[in-house]
Design a binder for this molecule. Structure first.
Ligand code: PEP
Length: 247
């Protein structure tokens, strides 16, 4: 059976104390399950609390929501890869739509972050996805492929297998609108075709994200192209999150 990845993006929520309480409750509800890996992406200040609370659970990993590509320096407010790693992160989101469209992160910057994470042996989870206007203009695949090429520009074919891709249509994030499993499958196929063109020799994990919840996770995960889910709002409650991770 293909491994499934369940990734929780807590965004700008969940304090260290709340992370400890969340993990304690969640682990009671979700024993390790064969072929399932769980990622938690807390805010930087809650990385260490989350990592410590998850200790001993080999099916879980913790990542930063964003990192800077420079290892240190005068970048007030940013989190470097050594800082994230020191707090327990073994990966990071890159190019989440809120970083791109709220904070103005460029496609070239996503590439620098992916390369820096790989050089430090951390897993980049590269997020790609089109705006509603781009979808309506028939540009979905072109946008996603452009973002993939930029994000993976410095990655050798051998290192591609260390990267996880998350397809997150921007119009579906936090809106309650989800791509249908069939719509997501079309884009996932285009992503896999591009990954093959870039030289990926093995099957890379391609997740779907965008208003995933307990009611729609099963139908999305039933698609052979969808290797897991990246979830924001519905990952904030341990009971609801355990329902999804137990799908
Ligand atoms: C996300 O933040 O990556 C996300 C998919 O959010 P939501 O599940 O709330 O749409």
């Amino acid at each position: 059976m293909r491994p499934l990845i369940f990734a929780a993006n807590w965004k700008m929520q969940v304090t260290p104390a709340e992370a400890r309480a969340f993990v304690a409750r969640f682990l009671e509800l979700h024993p390790p399950r064969e072929g399932r890996a769980l990622w938690f992406f807390p805010a930087a200040v809650s990385l260490e609390a989350t990592t410590t609370a998850l200790q001993g659970r080999g099916d879980t990993r913790v990542g930063a929501q964003d990192v800077h590509w420079e290892p240190k320096g005068a970048f007030t407010g940013a989190t470097s890869i050594p800082l994230a790693r020191g707090a327990g992160a073994t990966g990071a989101l890159v190019g989440h739509s809120e970083r791109r469209h709220v904070f103005g992160e460029t496609e070239a910057e996503t590439g620098r972050k992916v390369t820096a994470l790989l050089a430090a042996s951390l897993t980049p989870m590269l997020c790609v996805g089109e705006l509603l206007a781009e979808r309506e203009a028939g540009q979905t695949e072109a946008v996603v492929i452009r973002q993939l090429r930029a994000g993976l520009a410095g990655v050798s074919p051998a290192d591609l297998q260390c990267v996880v891709i998350a397809y997150e249509p921007v119009w579906a994030i936090g809106t309650g609108r989800t791509a249908t499993p069939a719509d997501a499958t079309v884009v996932h196929r285009a992503i896999r075709a591009e990954l093959a063109r870039l030289g990926a020799s093995t099957r890379m994990s391609v997740l779907y994200g965008g208003s995933v919840n307990g009611g729609n996770a099963a139908s999305l995960l039933a698609e052979v192209e969808i290797d897991g889910v990246l979830v924001g709002g519905a990952s904030l409650d341990p009971v609801g999150w355990a329902e999804i991770t137990g799908t």
